[in-house]
Design a protein around this ligand. Structure first.
Ligand SMILES: Nc1ncnc2c1ncn2[C@@H]1O[C@H](COP(=O)(O)OP(=O)(O)OP(=O)(O)O)[C@@H](O)[C@H]1O
Ligand SMILES: [Mg+2]
Length: 285
């Protein structure tokens, strides 16, 4: 099966702004890291990320130089006005778009030379992504939507089924396995999308306005679930307009005009500090 058949890739291609790969230097070898330093690495690190969208109109300088480090187990909310570049940043971090310049590391591994196929593999295994409009495969059942990424990642069918059953029960969707996405409420569809993003137990969950199309009940559901997964150690980067969702995070990044305008720890955690030669933002040393 081609990489384009993965649900998250289809989802990505339907997102506004998603683009094909931009050729980058393929010769740059990933930087080797020892097992010890890998364990200490941030789950995600970005340095000097820049992305300008060049369409029909004037170029949109969506991301203008972002340095960011996300530690294991952090729940980071990214907020900011419409057009600030939040989705573009998330797309860069998930490899759905390529930066014009700058670097990304996943678990200490430099992703600069990764081609689309490699990013697709990482999105199956190491990065779960949830979007505002669910992006479920409409002609697959709930069960198949959730199992597909596990099967594509090479998980044996029996285990994929077991993972799916456990996750759907956890997300309050037991009994909906055979339903089609169109038969579910918005909140239920988003829970299926969460199950699909988490079925391979990715170290990192990226969520772009996951409650943006939900009513207040659906928003509460999503908030409760994100908090629950976070409490179990899930690392989450959440883009949201919703102050209630942002308040569930333990760190809030305010994004403005393509840049990080503020980076604050909530609930008395250690304040972010600038460290290293590049001024990478880090927390909880
Ligand atoms: N594919 C694209 N082509 C051209 N311009 C784009 C593209 N995608 C985004 N942009 C522009 O880049 C800027 C940042 O867009 P982005 O979607 O990242 O903002 P956002 O902060 O997520 O906004 P919102 O809160 O409305 O979702 C905007 O000016 C937008 O118009
Ligand atoms: Mg957006």
């Amino acid at each position: 099966m081609s990489d384009d058949s993965t649900p998250e890739l289809r989802a990505g291609s339907r997102e506004p702004g998603a683009q094909g790969p931009v050729p980058r230097a393929e010769s740059a070898a990933p930087r080797a890291e020892s097992a010890v330093s890998r364990a200490e690495n941030p789950v995600l690190r970005a340095e000097g990320l820049v992305k300008t969208h060049r369409g029909e109109g004037a170029p949109a300088h969506a991301v203008r130089g972002v340095d960011l480090a996300v530690r294991r187990g952090e729940f980071v909310a990214v907020t900011g006005p419409s057009g600030a570049g939040k989705s573009t940043l998330l797309h860069l971090l998930g490899g759905l778009q390529r930066p014009d310049s700058g670097s990304i590391w996943l678990d200490g591994e430099c992703a600069d030379a990764w081609r689309e196929a490699r990013w697709a593999v990482e999105r199956r295994k190491r990065i779960g992504i949830v979007f505002q409009f669910f992006n479920l495969v409409s002609d697959l059942s709930v069960a198949d939507n959730v199992e597909l990424p596990a099967l594509l990642a090479g998980v044996p069918p029996k285990r994929a089924r077991a993972e799916r059953t456990e996750l759907l029960a956890e997300l309050g969707l037991a009994g909906k396995e055979r339903s089609m996405p169109g038969e579910l409420s918005g909140g239920e569809q988003q829970r299926v999308a969460l199950a699909r993003a988490l079925v391979n137990r990715p170290p990192l969950l990226l969520a772009d306005e996951p409650a943006g199309s939900l009513d207040s009940k659906g928003t509460r559901e999503v908030m409760r679930l994100l908090s629950r997964f976070h409490q179990r150690g899930q690392t989450i980067v959440l883009v949201t307009h919703d102050a209630r969702l942002a308040s569930a995070a333990d760190r809030v990044i305010s994004f403005f005009d393509g840049r990080i305008a503020d980076d604050a720890t909530l609930d008395g955690g250690a304040p972010p500090r600038r460290g290293g030669i590049s001024g990478v933002l880090e927390l909880k040393d």
